[in-house]
Design a protein. Structure first.
Lengths: 307, 554, 132
C-alpha cells in the first residue's frame, strides 16, 4: 500500500485522520513510514494571545507562494462530558479559498501537554500527503505545553504585552522550548519594555540557536514578514548544522511513544482493571502487576481499530 | 426608628407564627428568582427598603432623579408613541406597508433594513445572495429612500431607523429625501439607532473596527446638534444585548456604560454636553418578568440622571433625561402555539408602560416563524391601544411607586449595575472590554445558563417545556416575492448607469482623504448628491479603516 | 472511542449567534465534539470545513429568513462532494411551509425556536448515518 495513493484528496486525508483516531494503527504506521520531512511549526502561548490569527496570517503568505499548508488546531476536551468546542477555524476563514491549505480541529481527549495522543499521527498523515509546512496550534492553557517541541522543527511562543506573561512563560517552561518569541498585539501595553525584559532572560539553546524576539500585530498583518524571515533563518540553521535528521527521528520516536501511552491509557480505563487493583492490595508487587496487565490486557489491542 | 423596631418585631412574630404554621401544611413550591436570577423572598415590607429617602430615590415626575418619569403628567397628556417596526423587500413594497400602518393609527414610523443594507452592502454584491429584503427593506440609493417615503410627508412624521454600521449613510439618504420633498433639515424628526458598541457586544452587524466606528458616531452626534436639532442621532440600545442572552442587569449596565462612553467621546471632541445630551435616546427590551422589567426601567432613569450629573455637570435638565423606546422581547416568543405570544407580548407591553416608556413596539405573534403578517401586526398594534385606551393603566404616573417589592427591586438592580460599572472600569472601559471579549463572554454565559434552566425545567415556558400539544399551525406567513429583488436590482443598475462616474469617484476620494480628521457627514452627503450608492461609500471607508474581526467567544 | 463530530455554522449575513453558541456549548455537554465556525459563513466555507473536519453532522443556524437559498446551495455542494453520510440539520426562524420544502430537498431536520437541546442531541444520535 502506498500511503500517497490513499491520501489523494482533501476528503481522503480527512477520512484517514479519523480512521487513525479510531485506532487504525496500520494506517498510522503507513503514514509514519511515508513521511517526507515537512517543516513542522509548533505554535504555543496563552489563550487570547492571538495564535490562530497569527497562524492564519503566516499561512496565508505561504499559501500565496503556492506552498501546501496543513494546520492543526487543538482545543481542550471537557473533563466532565468528554465533549469539546473546537473554535480555531473561526480565525482562519481567509484560508478557506486556498486549494493548497488543509485545516483540522482536534480535541485533546483529556491528555495533558497541549496536544492529543494522535497529533503526531496527524502530522505524519499531512507530511505523507505532501504538505510542505504544518502548523500545530497547541491548546494554550499555559501550563506544561512543552510536548510540541518533540514534533516541531520550529517552535513559536506567542506572548502579549498586556497579560504580564513573562512570568507565565518561564513557569510553563516555554522559555526553554521557544525558537522564536512573538510579542503579538504589540500596539497595546508597553511592548518595548517587554522586549527588553525578554531579551535579558533569553538563553542560547543547546544546539547553538539563539532564540529571537519579534513584535507583531497579527490582525493588522504587521510583523508577519519578519516572522517568516526568522522561521526561514531557523530552518537554515537547523539544516546547515545537520540537525534536521535528529528532529525527524525525534518525531518518529514521539509518535511511537504516544501510541504506547495511548494504549496504556486505554487499558487503564478498562473496568477489568479492578482485578489487578485487588492483586496489588493483597500484597503483589506493583511492577509485577503491571507486567501482568500488559501481558494479559495489552494483547490483541492493535486489531481493535480494524473491525 | 421606633416604628422600624416595631415592624421588625411584628415580622418576626409573623414568621414564627402564621407563616411557620402555614408552611407546615402548605410549603412553598420552591425557590423563586427573577428571570435574571435575583432571588425573591416571600414578602417585602418597609424593612427591605430601609431608610427610604423619597426625594433622593424618587422625587416627582419631571424632576431629578426622574425615577418616576421624565414628564410631570406622563401618559395623561400624551400616550407613548405606537411605533411598529416594519420593512421588507424593496422600497416600493415597504412604502405600501408604511401607509397601511399609518392608516391604522400608528403614530410613528420604524424602518427595518435587510442584512445586506445593515452591513453596508449593495444588493448587487455577490456575497449578499439569498438575503435580499428578507429581514427588512433594501436601501442602496437616494432613489430607494425617496421611493420608500413616497407620499409620506417627512416634515410631519417621525421616523425611527434601525441601522448601525452604515447609520451615517442611511441618515444622509433620509435627510436628502426630506430635502427633495421640500422639508427643511431642521424640521426632520426621528431616530437612527447608530449604536455601534452594542453591535460588537451582541448583534454583530458591525463593519469597521470600534475606534473609527465610534468616531463616525460622534460625527453624527455633532452634525445633528448643529443641523438637525429635532433628530435623535443615536438610540443607545440594550434590546439586542438582552436578546443575545444578557440578564436585565447586564442589559442595563452595558447599555448605560455604552451611553456614557458616547458622551465622553463627544465631550472629548469639544461638544458642549447640553448641545447633544438632550437628543440621546435609549432602547430597551421588555421581557417577561413583569416586575423586574418595571424596576429596570425605573432604575435606568435614576442611574442615568445621576451619572450624567456627576460626570458631566450639564446645565440643562433635559440632558439628564433617559428617554427610551421599548420593544417586547423577541426571544420570549415561542414557535409553539403562537397565539400564546399575544399574551406574552401584552404582559411585556404593560411592563414597558408601567416603566414609563416613550414609545413602544409590540411584537407580533408569528415572529418566531417569519416576518409578521398584516393580521398579526394589527393585533400587536391593538394590544398597545387596549393598554393605552381601555385599561386605565396609563391614568396616573408611575402607579407602582412605593410598592415595597418594586422599590426594593429597583434598588437591587441599581446596586448590581454599579457592580458592573466597577468591573468595566477595572478592565479599562467599554472598548477594551469589547476587544478582550468581556461583554461577549458575560452575555454568552447568561444565555447558556438560561438554556440550562429551561432544559432542567427550572423555568417554565408554556407550550415548550410544559403544556405541549400536537398542533397543526395555521398562521398566515408573509413571503417576500422574488420579483421585488429583480425590480430592485434593475433599479440599482439603472441608477448606476445614469450618473457621471468620475463625479462619484471624486466625491469618494475626498471622503477617504478626510476620513480620520473631519466630520464626515457633509462628505457623505456630497457623495450621495453625486449619486454614490451605500455600498460604494461604505467600501471606500473600508479601504481606509479596514474591517473588524471579532474575538472568538463561545 | 470516537466522538460524534458536529459542525455548527451561521451561513449568510445575520449575526445573531446566541442560538449557535448555546447549542455549541450544550452539545459539548452532551459529549459531542463541536466545530464552531462562527458567523458570515458561505456555503463553500461550510462544506469545505465539513470535509476537512470529517464531521457526522452539519448544523446551521439562520435567523435572517434566507434559509431557502443557503440550504439549497449547501445541499448542492454536499452532493457534489459526496457527503452522503453527513446529516444536515438547521435551526432558526423557518416557516412551516419552508420547513416542509427543506425536508423534501434533503435537509434532515429543522428545529424551531423552543427546541430543547435534548431533542436535538437525541435526533442526532438516532439518525446518524455513520458508525461512531
Amino acid at each position: 500500500m502506498n500511503i500517497a495513493d490513499i491520501l489523494k484528496d482533501r476528503k481522503s486525508i480527512a477520512k484517514a485522520i479519523t480512521e487513525i483516531e479510531e485506532g487504525n494503527t496500520e494506517l498510522a504506521t503507513e503514514a509514519l513510514r511515508g513521511i517526507r520531512g515537512a517543516w513542522v511549526i509548533g505554535v504555543t502561548g496563552v489563550p487570547g494571545s492571538g495564535k490562530s490569527t497569527l497562524i492564519s496570517k503566516i499561512a496565508l503568505k505561504l499559501a500565496l507562494e503556492g506552498k501546501k499548508i496543513g494546520i492543526l488546531g487543538i482545543d481542550p476536551t471537557s473533563p466532565f462530558s468528554g465533549g469539546a468546542v473546537l473554535g480555531d477555524r473561526i480565525r482562519m476563514r481567509e484560508l478557506n479559498k486556498f486549494e493548497n491549505v488543509f485545516i483540522r480541529s482536534i480535541s485533546t481527549g483529556g491528555k495533558l501537554g497541549g496536544m492529543s495522543y494522535h497529533t503526531p499521527d496527524i502530522v505524519n498523515v499531512l507530511d505523507a500527503a505532501g504538505f510542505d509546512t504544518i502548523f500545530i496550534e497547541t491548546v494554550g492553557t499555559g501550563q506544561d505545553e512543552v510536548d510540541v517541541m518533540n514534533i516541531a522543527n520550529t517552535v513559536l511562543v506567542v506572548i502579549v504585552p498586556t497579560l504580564g506573561d513573562e512570568v507565565q512563560v518561564i513557569k510553563a517552561g516555554q522559555l526553554e522550548i521557544g525558537d522564536i518569541f512573538i510579542l503579538n498585539k504589540s500596539d497595546q501595553g508597553a511592548a518595548d519594555e517587554k522586549i527588553k525584559e525578554m531579551t535579558l532572560i533569553m538563553k542560547e539553546r543547546k544546539d547553538g540557536w539563539i532564540p529571537r524576539i519579534v513584535k507583531s500585530v497579527a490582525v493588522r498583518n504587521q510583523g508577519i514578514d519578519e516572522i517568516l524571515r526568522l522561521i526561514v533563518e531557523h530552518r537554515e540553521f537547523i539544516e546547515r548544522n545537520g540537525l534536521k535528521k535528529n528532529k525527524l527521528r525525534q518525531r518518529i520516536l514521539y509518535t511511537i511513544k504516544q501510541h504506547a501511552l495511548n494504549r496504556m491509557d486505554e487499558i487503564m480505563k478498562n473496568e477489568e482493571i479492578e482485578v489487578y487493583i485487588e492483586k496489588v492490595m493483597s500484597g503483589k508487587d506493583i511492577s509485577k502487576v503491571i507486567d501482568e496487565i500488559m501481558l494479559e490486557m495489552g494483547v490483541g489491542y492493535g486489531k481493535r481499530g480494524k473491525d | 426608628m421606633e416604628k422600624e423596631e416595631k415592624i421588625r418585631e411584628r415580622i418576626k412574630e409573623w414568621e414564627e407564627g402564621v407563616l411557620k404554621k402555614s408552611l407546615q401544611s402548605l410549603p412553598e413550591r420552591g425557590k423563586f428568582s427573577t428571570l435574571s436570577g435575583i432571588e425573591i423572598k416571600t414578602l417585602y415590607t418597609p424593612i427591605d427598603i430601609g431608610e427610604f429617602n423619597y426625594f433622593e430615590k424618587l422625587g416627582f415626575p419631571g424632576e431629578y432623579p426622574f425615577t418616576r418619569g421624565i414628564h410631570p403628567t406622563m401618559y395623561r397628556s400624551r400616550l407613548w408613541t405606537f411605533r411598529q417596526f416594519s420593512g421588507f423587500g424593496d422600497a416600493i413594497e415597504t412604502n405600501r406597508r408604511l401607509k397601511y400602518l399609518l392608516e391604522h393609527g400608528e403614530t410613528g414610523l420604524s424602518i427595518a433594513f435587510d442584512y445586506p443594507t445593515l452591513l453596508g452592502l449593495d444588493a448587487d454584491d455577490p456575497i449578499t445572495k439569498g438575503e435580499f429584503g428578507k429581514a427588512g427593506v433594501a436601501i442602496n440609493t437616494l432613489e430607494d429612500m425617496q421611493l420608500m417615503f413616497k407620499d409620506i410627508s417627512l416634515k410631519d412624521i417621525s421616523t425611527s431607523m434601525t441601522i448601525n454600521g452604515p447609520a451615517a449613510m442611511i441618515w444622509a439618504f433620509y435627510i436628502l429625501t426630506g430635502e427633495s420633498q421640500g422639508a427643511r433639515w431642521c424640521d426632520l424628526r426621528g431616530t437612527i439607532q447608530n449604536d455601534i458598541l452594542k453591535e460588537y457586544m451582541a448583534q454583530k452587524s458591525f463593519i469597521f473596527p470600534p475606534e473609527p466606528s465610534l468616531k463616525l458616531v460622534i460625527d453624527t452626534i455633532e452634525f445633528g446638534s448643529k443641523e438637525l436639532p429635532l433628530w435623535n442621532p443615536i438610540s443607545i440600545s440594550g434590546y439586542h444585548i438582552r436578546e443575545a442572552g444578557a440578564t436585565a442587569v447586564q442589559e442595563l449596565a452595558f447599555t448605560l456604560a455604552n451611553g456614557l462612553t458616547y458622551v465622553e467621546k463627544a465631550v472629548e471632541r469639544g461638544l458642549d454636553v447640553d448641545d447633544f445630551a438632550p437628543r440621546l435616546s435609549f432602547f430597551f427590551d421588555a421581557h417577561i418578568d413583569f416586575f423586574e422589567e418595571i424596576a429596570k426601567f425605573r432604575a435606568a432613569r435614576r442611574i442615568w440622571a445621576r451619572e450624567m450629573k456627576n460626570r458631566f455637570n450639564p446645565k440643562k435638565e433635559r440632558s439628564l433625561w433617559l428617554r427610551f423606546h421599548t420593544q417586547t422581547a423577541g426571544v420570549s416568543l415561542t414557535a409553539q402555539q403562537p397565539e400564546n405570544n399575544i399574551i406574552r407580548t401584552t404582559v411585556e407591553a404593560m411592563a414597558a408602560v408601567l416603566g414609563g416608556t416613550q414609545s413602544l413596539h409590540t411584537n407580533s405573534m408569528d415572529e418566531a416563524w417569519a416576518l409578521p403578517s398584516e393580521k398579526a401586526v394589527m393585533i400587536a398594534l391593538r394590544t398597545q391601544q387596549i393598554i393605552g385606551e381601555e385599561t386605565g393603566i396609563s391614568n396616573t404616573v408611575d402607579p407602582l411607586a412605593g410598592s415595597y417589592y418594586v422599590e426594593w427591586l429597583t434598588d437591587k438592580i441599581e446596586e448590581e449595575v454599579y457592580k458592573y460599572f466597577d468591573r468595566i472600569d477595572s478592565i479599562g472601559g467599554v472598548i477594551k472590554g469589547i476587544r478582550s471579549g468581556f461583554f461577549q463572554r458575560e452575555i454568552a454565559e447568561s444565555a447558556y445558563r438560561y438554556q440550562k434552566e429551561l432544559e432542567e425545567m427550572k423555568r417554565v415556558l408554556v407550550g415548550v417545556n410544559k403544556y405541549r400539544i400536537e398542533e397543526k399551525l395555521e398562521i398566515p406567513i408573509l413571503k417576500v416575492p422574488d420579483e421585488l429583488e429583480e425590480r430592485h436590482l434593475a433599479r440599482l443598475k439603472r441608477y448606476k448607469e445614469n450618473r457621471d462616474i468620475s463625479k462619484v469617484q471624486d466625491s469618494l476620494r475626498i471622503l477617504q482623504l478626510n476620513a480620520d480628521e473631519k466630520n464626515l457627514m457633509p462628505y457623505i452627503i456630497d457623495a450621495i448628491r453625486a449619486r454614490a450608492t451605500l455600498g460604494e461609500i461604505v467600501n471606500s471607508l473600508k479601504d481606509v479603516w479596514g474591517e473588524y474581526i471579532e474575538p472568538v467567544i463561545y | 472511542m470516537r466522538k460524534i463530530r458536529v459542525l455548527i455554522a451561521k451561513p449568510g449575513l445575520d449575526g445573531h449567534d446566541r442560538g449557535a453558541k448555546v447549542l455549541a456549548r450544550s452539545l459539548m455537554d452532551e459529549g459531542f465534539e463541536v466545530i464552531y465556525t462562527g458567523i458570515h459563513q458561505t456555503a463553500e466555507d461550510i462544506v469545505r470545513s465539513a470535509i476537512e473536519e470529517d464531521v457526522d453532522v452539519i448544523g446551521l443556524s439562520i435567523l435572517s429568513g434566507a434559509h431557502m437559498y443557503h440550504f439549497r446551495r449547501i445541499l448542492e455542494l454536499m452532493k457534489e462532494n459526496g457527503l452522503n453520510d453527513v446529516l444536515l440539520i438547521g435551526g432558526g426562524i423557518v416557516p412551516e411551509d419552508d420547513k416542509n420544502k427543506l425536508i423534501e430537498m434533503g435537509v434532515d431536520a429543522i428545529f424551531n425556536p423552543g427546541t430543547s437541546i435534548k431533542e436535538i442531541s437525541d435526533f442526532i444520535r438516532k439518525n446518524l448515518r455513520r458508525r461512531v
